[in-house]
Each structure stands twice: as C-alpha cells, then as structure tokens.
Design a protein around this ligand. Structure first.
Ligand SMILES: N[C@@H](CCC(=O)N[C@@H](CS)C(=O)NCC(=O)O)C(=O)O
Length: 239
C-alpha cells in the first residue's frame, strides 16, 4: 500500500529554509525514507517566520515545521522520529527493539543537548552578528567533537554498524561548521563517517553540501548581519 507517495491523499507540508541545518536533517531523512513532502519556503532573512500566518501554525516561529493533514510538529528530531513511527514503522533507521531504540534516543539527546549546544555557542553570534567566538567556546566544541570522533572510532555509524536518525541530525548540523571555516575534517573518524554518509544518503550533496556552501556565501556577504545587527545593537544598548 502506498501510504505516502505520489498518490497519497494528503502530502506532508514542510515549512523550511534550504540552508538551515535542522531542515537539511529532515530533508535527508525524508529522501532516504522515500517520504514525499510539499516544500514551503520560509525566508528567515525576510523575517517571514514571524508573520501571523506562520505564528498561528508554530508560535515558536522556527523551521523545520511540518503539517501532516492538520497535525503540526516542529523540532527536527521529533519530525524524523514521527516519519518512521507513522510511515516506516520497523525501519532500522529508528529500531523498535527497546535497547537499540534507547541507544538511538541517547544519541539524539547527545546531539541536541551536547553537540548542538556547544556548536551554537560558537556559530550563532558569528553568523548573525559577525562576532569572533571566545577561545573557551571553541575549545568546548572541540572537546565534544573529540567525543563524537571517539564514538566513530569504534563503529561505522554513531549507534553501531547501521545508519540511524542521529547520524543524519548530527551530520546535518556539524557540516554547517564549514560555513564558519571550522574544520571538522581534521577529526579522522568524523571525516571518514561523513564520506560514508555521502554514499549512504541519497542526494547528500544536493540537499546538504550545496546549501552549506550557499550558507557560507551568505555569511560572507553579510546577509545575516544586515538583518540582525541593528537589532543586536538595539538590545545591547538596552542592557
Ligand atoms: N531545535 C530546533 C531548532 C530550530 C531552529 O532553530 N530553526 C532556526 C533555523 S536553523 C529558525 O527557524 N530560526 C528562526 C526563529 O527562531 O525565529 C530543531 O532542531 O528543529
């Protein structure tokens, strides 16, 4: 039965921006699982996420957000888990066996709570305001990537010998570091793993690499600073 394909009654809508890391994670997952999405671009540089129509859908005004026949969901990892639970139950990318799933869940929390937390400390002010990150924040990120590199010294993929959801969410995020000239490829196991993902995930270059390059160009053109710097100066003056 074609649950979600070209002849499905309802197509899942994805509100997204192509350069966004969590959006790339959702797109890579949908492509890998062959889940058809209707793409609706929300241009964050035009502040389209705070328009009333979008705020009504997602009061947290962030992408990625999906609308599956009226069911609204955001947070990329929750969306990826939902895709499998609802449309590809039993798929090895999010295993059902309790111990295997617990391990995959642990890595999804490691991703959002440890890797992304450390990465955002380094990249957010750099991307948005052009501020050089503190050495202590860079060192912290390197520590976390060293832990990831250690995990990948043992296994081909983060949760073991096969691809699971945290491979996709972690890779989509950390490859963004190229956009701020932070070299993740000096971590040998991470580097080999990214190569492995390129040959495992269909359209990895098109969905991920191309948009990281585009992201880098936008940062270098000052496109984020133009939009956000006046706001930054304003809030700083209020402190
Ligand atoms: N934890 C969220 C992060 C989502 C997020 O921060 N999205 C950014 C783009 S990468 C966004 O929409 N920012 C606009 C805003 O928050 O107004 C996820 O993993 O989906």
């Amino acid at each position: 039965e074609e649950v979600n394909g070209p002849f499905a009654k309802m197509v899942i809508k994805l509100y997204y921006m192509p350069i966004s890391g969590p959006c790339r994670a959702v797109l890579l997952t949908a492509r890998y699982l062959n889940i058809h999405l209707e793409l609706i671009e929300v241009n964050l540089l035009k502040r389209e996420q705070i328009k009333q129509d979008f705020i009504r859908i997602n009061p947290q005004h962030c992408v990625p957000t999906i609308d599956d026949d009226g069911f609204i969901l955001w947070e990329c990892r929750a969306i990826m888990q939902y895709f499998v639970n609802k449309y590809r139950a039993g798929h090895s990318v999010y295993p059902e066996e309790p111990h295997l799933r617990a391990n995959v869940d642990r890595l999804l929390y490691f991703d959002i709570g440890t890797i992304v937390a450390a990465q955002v400390e380094v990249t957010a002010s750099q991307i948005v305001f052009g501020v050089t990150p503190d050495q202590s924040k860079l060192d912290n990120l390197k520590d976390k990537l060293r832990i990831l590199d250690g995990i990948l010294a043992e296994n081909d993929f983060v949760a073991g010998s096969t691809l699971t959801l945290p491979d996709i969410s972690i890779a989509a995020y950390i490859t963004t570091l190229a956009a701020v000239n932070f070299d993740i490829y000096k971590f040998e196991n991470i580097s080999r793993w990214i190569k492995r993902l390129k040959s495992t995930l269909p359209d990895f270059s098109e969905i991920n690499e191309k948009n990281v390059t585009r992201y880098k160009q936008m940062i270098e053109n000052g496109e984020f600073r133009k939009v956000y710097n006046p706001l930054y100066q304003y809030y700083k003056s209020k402190r």
